[in-house]
Every structure is written in C-alpha cells, then in structure tokens.
Ligand binder design. Structure first.
Ligand SMILES: Cc1cc2nc3c(=O)[nH]c(=O)nc-3n(C[C@H](O)[C@H](O)[C@H](O)COP(=O)(O)OP(=O)(O)OC[C@H]3O[C@@H](n4cnc5c(N)ncnc54)[C@H](O)[C@@H]3O)c2cc1C
Length: 465
C-alpha cells in the first residue's frame, strides 16, 4: 500500500502537538497527528488539568474549614479521596475527549499508535492493526516528557510515587515526603498538606520554588510553614529504604545524614524528554540531556523537522508548547510574519495555596544582567478586595529598568495571582513602560489594583500603603 501523504505530520497530541495540528489545518495544510496514548498529552491527562481539579477540592476544603471566618457554619468537614480523584479524572477525560472533537472538526487525520521517523519526511506508526507508513514534507516532534527518576529514588507506585500515582492515590498518605520543590512538588505538597497529611518538602537548592524571585520563595516558605508543612532547604534525599508500609529516607543537610520514616514519598525531581525510539540519532538530530536542540524557530537543523514543547526544552509549560505549535505551523504554511517565542515573556504559575505567578527577570537576574532597577511592592493587606475575600496574605512585586522604564519582571504570591499575572504578560509583550501602567485605570475593588499599586510604589507613588 502506498504511504499516505500529508503537508504536515505531528507526533504527539499534547498541548504542543494538537495546537500545531489545528493551526496547520486552519492555514489549509493537510495534517495528520499521531498519538500513542491519549489525546491532550500530559497536560490534559496527567498534568495541568487534573492537578488543578484536585487542588480545587483542597481549596474548597480549606475554605469550608474556615467557614466561621465568613459567618458560616460547616461541621465535621471531611473528604472522600476516591470521589476527589474521580472528579479529577472526569475533568481530564472530558477535556481529552474534547480534543478528539477538535481534530475531527478541523479535518485532521488522527492515528493512534507509536510513531518513529525511519528517514527524512517519513513516519512509521505502529498501531493495533499493524504498521502504517506516512510521508510529509514537514514533521513536528511534540512527544513531550515524563518524570525524571533518580537512582535509588525510583517510583514503585506503592510507597514512592511520581505525579501519576499522586494523581490517583489509592490511600491518603499520613506522613508524606515530597522530594523537589518546583511547581509540581509544591502543588502536591499543598494538596496533601491541606487535606491534613503531615508533609515534608526537601529541596536541594537554597530555597523552595528556586526559579522564583527570592522574596517570593521566602514568603511562600513562611506561609507553608504556618500551614504546618515542614520545609528542608539545602537538603538532599540520598537514599530510600523501603520496608513494609514505610520508607526510611536518608536526608542529608550540612554534611549530616538523618534517617526519617514516611509512609509515602512523591518524587518530583524534574522531567526527561521523550526522545527515545524515534530514530532521531540516525537523522542527525542533536540531543542535549534528553532534549532536542532547536533554534528560536524550533528548527532541529534537519530539513523539515521541527521540535516543540517539553521535548524542545525549558520552560516546561503547556502554554509555551502551544505557542511554539502555532509558530511552527505558521512557518510551515509559509506565513512571513512569524515571530520567535520569547521565553522571558512566558509566565510561570504554581497553583498551591497561596498561589505563585511570575514573568520575566527576578530581582537577582535583573541585577546579574547589568540593569539598574527600580522595585515596587504592594502587600495584599493593603487591598480592599483581598481583605473582603479573606485573603490578606500576599505580595505583588514589580521590577523596572531605571533607565527606560521597561517592565523587566513581575512576581506575585497570593489569591488568584495565576489569573492576574497575564496583565503583566500583556504589558511586557506590548513593551509597556511604567508610565503606561501608571496611566492605566484599574477597576475597583479588584485584586488587580495591587498590580497598579506595585508599579506606583516602584516610583514612590503608592496610594494605599
Ligand atoms: C503534574 C504536572 C502538573 C503540571 N502543571 C502544569 C501547569 O499547571 N501549567 C503548565 O503550563 N504546565 C504544567 N505542566 C507541564 C505540562 O504538562 C507540559 O509542559 C505540557 O504537557 C507539554 O506539552 P507537550 O505537547 O510538549 O507534551 P505532552 O503533553 O507531554 O504530550 C506529548 C504526547 O506525545 C505522545 N508521544 C510521545 N512519544 C510518542 C510517539 N513516539 N508516538 C506517538 N505519540 C507519542 C505522548 O503520549 C503524549 O501524549 C504540568 C506537568 C505535570 C507533570
């Protein structure tokens, strides 16, 4: 049988791949997408969406526990873990199903199977029914990533979990160790701690949420400790001894090793790219520590082969993957006004309690880059809406280039900041200066007023603090 031919074949149907496929179809390309497991990728099935569904349950639980603060009565508050997980899986399933409809609507050929690239322009797919051969002038690799496993700390699904196990727990941990305090580790720590689990977070770097501004990390730590979490920084888990229903962790800090028992460990020590089994080495694709090396347009250096999303490196975020998907589809369709993705204008969000969100330079990174800066801060306690919501803890920090007034970075912690941050992202994308932001009218009463006040504070003009 002759190989089916397309303008573009996308391998992997996560937020990178499926968005690239839709944009390609919109631009008139004939598109096929190959997926080996689930439409929607990690994001919809095991990442962004099911975690947020779980965190919503713990957030509501937390609010119910605080009912009295709002003049309400709620007694004997408890939870049904199976029902929490069922809801999360239902939300993930609903969205994954939606991607199937989008593929059909856009007349994209969807093939469920494992793809490899035997030669330039060729894709071979192993399906339930045999092997299908496809050809295309352009191939987009969007195969994503999976949990990194450290030797000795490997997940077993029983005592030691990856994010997949942590999203489908069969039991509620009583004493939990979370290894790694990036977004994934902290979100799970927040979920389980809020539901009453004795939670310890171990971070090898000198502070939790190490990519965030140091002030935000410190603020987050204070809040988490107040909530009963134990935070161990500059600390390393060296070994896990697995026993019956318990794990003894060898935890090293300041050259001393302490042995601590837990009943569950979540390993959240990063991710590795899905680069294996695709034939990339034979094609001459450069791979650097499990990620495909690409230029600013996601070109791999092999003619007609692009790589987007998690497989193409940091930041490992769904919206970065999707944006790259659009960019690559537009390049393939021959659009001539395509701009590269600017990683420094991509927001990062952590949906713990309180939430954390940021974009651009941290204060330290701005100084390192040689900028003379102006810094503004505004606390949630100075904002009417925050107090009305019963969420008076948080801070909005902004960093400007003293010389030009360019908004270099924004860093927030507190209620709903993952929604607010986009205001600053738009600002950065439009190359807004402090003056534009100061002259913008913010609605009252909203949390967004703090974004205004933080900018005003950088120039000594904050009104409410
Ligand atoms: C617990 C968790 C929470 C997260 N929360 C957030 C969040 O809140 N916000 C955020 O922006 N990001 C979040 N992320 C990260 C986000 O999920 C990823 O950045 C995003 O999914 C990357 O998209 P992608 O398209 O590159 O890859 P993926 O979503 O990983 O999709 C890749 C797809 O390719 C398929 N595939 C792989 N190899 C082959 C092959 N050979 N043939 C066919 N198919 C193949 C896989 O089955 C998969 O479906 C989270 C991740 C995790 C693990």
């Amino acid at each position: 049988m002759a190989a089916k031919s397309f303008d573009m074949i996308v391998i992997g149907a996560g937020p990178g791949g499926y968005v690239a496929a839709i944009r390609g179809a919109q631009l008139g390309l004939s598109v096929a997408i190959v997926e080996r497991e689930h439409l929607g990728g990690i994001c919809l099935n095991w990442g962004c969406i099911p975690t947020k569904a779980m965190l919503r349950s713990s957030e509501v639980f937390h609010l119910m526990e605080r009912a009295k603060d709002f003049g309400l009565k709620a007694e004997k508050i408890s939870y049904d873990l199976d029902a929490v997980v069922k809801r999360s899986r239902g939300v993930a399933g609903q969205l994954s199903g939606g991607i199937g409809h989008l593929m059909k609507k856009n007349k994209i050929t969807t093939i469920m199977g494992e793809a490899s690239i035997p030669a330039k322009g060729k894709v071979s797919v192993k399906t339930d029914k045999g092997t299908e051969e496809l050809t295309a002038k352009n191939i987009v690799l969007a195969t994503g990533a999976r949990a990194r496993e450290l030797p000795g700390l490997e997940a077993d699904g029983d005592l030691v979990w990856t994010y997949k196990h942590a999203l489908t727990p069969k039991r509620m941990p009583k004493k939990l160790l979370v290894i790694g305090s990036g977004a994934i580790g902290i979100e799970f720590a927040s979920f389980y701690n809020t539901l009453g689990c004795d939670t310890t977070v171990v971070e090898v770097m000198d502070r939790i949420l190490p990519v965030e501004d140091a002030e935000i990390s410190a603020f987050a730590k204070k809040q988490f400790v107040k909530q009963g979490m134990k935070i161990m920084e500059k600390t390393m888990v060296k070994q896990l001894d697995r026993g019956k229903g318990k794990v003894t962790a060898h935890i090293e800090a300041n050259g001393k090793v302490e042995k601590v028992e837990f009943d569950t460990v979540i390993s959240a020590v990063g991710i590795v790219g899905n680069v294996e089994g695709l034939g990339l080495e034979d094609l001459g694709v450069k791979i650097d520590r499990t990620h495909v090396t690409v230029d600013e347009y996601c070109r791999t250096g092999v003619d007609g082969l692009f790589a987007i999303g998690d497989i193409a490196g940091a930041p490992w975020l769904a919206h970065k993957a999707s944006h790259e998907g659009v960019m690559v589809a537009e390049l393939i369709a021959g659009k001539n006004d395509v701009h590269p993705v600017r990683p420094e204008s991509i927001a990062g969000c952590t949906y713990c309690h309180p939430q954390v969100a940021s974009v651009g330079f941290t204060e330290a990174k701005a100084k390192e880059a040689g900028y003379k800066i102006k810094v503004g801060r505004f606390p949630f306690i100075g904002n009417g809406k925050a107090i009305a919501l019963g969420e008076p803890e948080g801070i909005v920090k902004t960093i400007f280039d003293e010389k030009t007034g360019e908004l270099l970075g924004a860093h927030m912690i507190g209620a709903e900041v993952t929604e607010l941050i986009q205001g600053y992202v738009v600002g950065r994308t439009l190359e807004t200066t402090e003056e534009d932001l100061m002259n913008t009218v913010f609605p009252h009463p909203t949390l967004s007023e703090m974004m205004h006040e933080s900018v005003l504070d950088a120039y000594g003009r904050a009104i409410h603090f």
